[in-house]
Structures are given as structure tokens and as C-alpha cells.
Design a binder for this molecule. Sequence first.
Ligand SMILES: [Zn+2]
Length: 533
Amino acid sequence: MHTLIRTALAVLALTAVGCGDSGISPLTSPPTVVDALTPVPPPPVAKACARNTAPEASGMPSEARIYSWIEGLVKLGYRRTGTPAGYAASAYVKCQFESLGLEDVHYETSTSWSWEATKSSVKVNGETIDAFPSAFSFVTPDKPSLFTTGPDGLTAEIVDINLGTPIEQQLKGVKGKVILFDLKFLLPTAGLAPLMEFLWDPDLSLVDPSILIANPYVTTYREVLDAAMAAGAVGFVGVLADYFDSNRYYNEFYRRSSVTIPGYWVTSKEGTRLRALLQAKGGPSTANLVMEGSRKAVEARSVVGFLPGKSKETIMVQSHHDAVFDGAVEDGSGTAAVLAQAQYYAAQPAASRERTMMFATFDTHFTGYQAHIAFADKYVVKKATPYTLVANVTLEHIAKQAVKGSNGELVITKLPELRGIMNNFGVELKAALIGAVVEHDLRRTAVLSVNALCSVVGIPTDASFMCLNGVPTASLIAGPLYLYDAADTLDKVDRAQLVPVTETFIDIIDKIDDTPTDRIGTPLPSLGPALNL
Ligand SMILES: [Zn+2]
């Protein structure tokens, strides 16, 4: 449990990024530094979309209808916060909410970061290395900045510190040098076992080695990089030791660590080739790193909309619409699942609901969770709205299972990726949750108790800031290996699960609405100022 808390903390520390557009108006030339750092103003807020009265847009949506929302989001491009595709994703969700008949549909805005490398290359002993720039590296802490290694790049000795542990020993003598290290993924599915309250796996499909495959978001990144920077390293090349055969790994922005040195990812195979180059040289080896780009402050736009009930006590249904590549699973699938709930409940009369419903898709999941923090502060801590949030349901990642093939290739199976419903609900709702999972045959689903995590560090999902701030939460999550990769494309979505997941959570939300407020959650008292974590 201790390790899990530490890893959950590590996850929470992540923040993400966006690859921005240039920010330079074509009419201004030559661009100055100030121009380049000025974010592109966000587009004007579009007029409300008309109500869609077609039969397929009312009541329980079909699989094709839910899938079409994922396609609609993927079509927009890489939905990175603060980029045109990022804003298009906000506008897309807003329009869907309006066309479904939600009320008071609007953006909640906050300031986040957009990071982009416009130039990037690595050479070692004169040989070109196939490397992908590490997102959010080479930044100036807390400030927008342009970064550049200069036209000739940064040339320095490269040293191999392997895993980077034990850390002090490995980092002796890295001052002024580029480090080469293996990035390790720390949390395999089996690591969640201590939290498990229930597992629906009637075919015993989990008795396979995939439960030992660690997901790509809890890693040694911060531990190694914080220590390496303190020791004076000037750059890094990270070998994706536990990853499939891809270097398109787009790490989140770990907001507690500003990585001020340029960094790159290479595949496991390329790491082996690189190490052979070092060995062949015999004496000290030289790396030449080129990186140029910017990190700009940008407006983030989360989307919210409401369906009134008999009271202002509010059940919130949430996901996030930002992504780093296509984001079909992460989180086109979650956003579509929120839209599916919205369509179903919009067709129910307001008088059938004890409580108001709120639907939300967040921005900034990859760029630092600024939108989530601002929202929690406004709606929960300061209670600056008419709504009292009494429960949160977060939907993410309706995913096909991924395993690593014998040659390192990504293999997609026919099974759903093992998923968890992390919750700190009271006993009646936990029972209802388990009942709904079985009733709708949501196979390979574990119900996980996160009461303790929510009290201390939060959970490694989009719902973290809700549960940290005392809102009883149920958060559906899966961690397939391709989640942060260009490989997260439409074919990875588990289409057959879209309707069962929707039906399961309709049952759960109905039961929440029937449950007295003081029995919805069993949160432990918060141990600290949650918003400052
Ligand atoms: Zn997600």
C-alpha cells in the first residue's frame, strides 16, 4: 500500500503539455521573442448548437452513436490543450451538450501550458539516434519560454546510468554530462490487488502474464530526473525499457518537477544499439543534442452542462477531452461515455430526478490539471455556485487489451483491457456497483476501494481532485500500454463495451440518486490541504 500511495503521488505530480501552433501571426514579421511567447488568443465562443430532435439523439444511445462521438473527436486532430484541435474539442463537446438539450452549457476556463519542440535530434559519436523529444523538457520553471540548444546543438559527454539506482552512486560525476537511463514503469495491474474489493472475471482470463505489464503513467521519470538535474546533468536520453516498440511516448507534465534540460525517448532496441556504440568507442562518448521550441501559457477550456432535478444537490459525470495524439481511447472513449449518459438522462423528465446532474469534460489532463484544480476550488472548496456536488462518476478508457509481443511489438487482443472502478462509496452503493458490473457482464472489471488514497494523495485518474476534496467518487479506469502513444487509434476502442459500460453506469447513477446524501460516500477525513498537494 505504501508503494501504491507513493506511485499514486507520482501520478498526481504529473502534468501535461500541448504542442502549440507557432503563435505568430502571418502579418507580423520578423517575429520577436515577445511575439513568439504570446499565445494565440483562443477562438471566440461559438453560438449554441440547435437541439437535435432525431430519434437516435434521444434516450439510450446505440453503439454506433457512441462510437460516432469518438470518431468525431479523433477527426479533430491531436487535441492538445491550447492548440486549434484542443479548442475544437471543447467546441465539439459544447455543441453536443447543447444539441442533447443540456442547460447552462458553458466553458470553465483556466490557464495551462502548451509545449512544442519544433526541432529535435540526437547524435552519439557522430551516429544519428532515432529519438523522440520528451514532452515538457527544457522548460523554464513557472514561466513561458523559448528554448534552444543553439544551431550547433549541445555537445557533451554521455554517460550510462542504467536504472539510475542507487541514485547517489549512479549520479556521481554526471555534472555537465548527458545521462542515458532506462525509464521503468512501476505499477502493473497486479499491484492494484491490495485495493480489490471484487473482481468480475468469470472465465478466469486474468490468469495470464498480462497482469504483470505495467501501465505507462507511473514511472521513474521524476525520481531520476530530479536527482540528475540536482547533480548537474545537462540532458537526458531515456530508454523506454518496458514499452513496446515505439518511441512516440508522450509523457505527462509532472507539475512538481520542472525538467529544465533537453530530453529524448528511444525504444528499447535503439537503446541497445546506442549502448553498443558507447562500448565500441571504448573511452568517453559524445552526444550532440538539438532541441528548439517553446512553452506558452494558454487558456484551457473545460465544458460543463446541466440537467435540473428536484434539488441543487448535484451528481457529476466527468471525463476529459484533451489528448496528446489521436486519443481514441484516452479519452475519446471517456468523453463519448459522458455524452452517452447525457443523452440518456436528457430524455428522462426532470421530475424523475431527486438531484441535478452535471456533465463535464475537462481540459489539461496532460498539461498539469490546472482546470481540475480551478474547478474543485470553485465548485467544492469555495462553493461559489448554486450546486452542491454530492457524488462524482468519472468515465475513462474503454479499451482493448494490449500486450507486448515476443519481438517487442504491440499486440491487441480481443479482450477488454483489465479495468478498475476506483471508489470510496458507502456500502449500499458499493453493493449496487458490484451488482451492475455483474448484471451487465462487465468482464475483467475490478472494484477497488480508494478511501485511503482519496484522503491522502488522490487517485491516478481524472477524478483525483474530486475525491481529494471529499466528493464521493466512482472512477472507471484502464491502463493499456498504448495510452500515451501515437498508437492510441480508433481500432483500440472496445466498441462492444460502449453500450454495456453506459448501461452499468446508468444503473449506478440511478442508485446514487436514490441514496440519502450522508450514505453516498465513506470518505475518510482529508489529512491535508488537498488543493496544495
Ligand atoms: Zn483518461
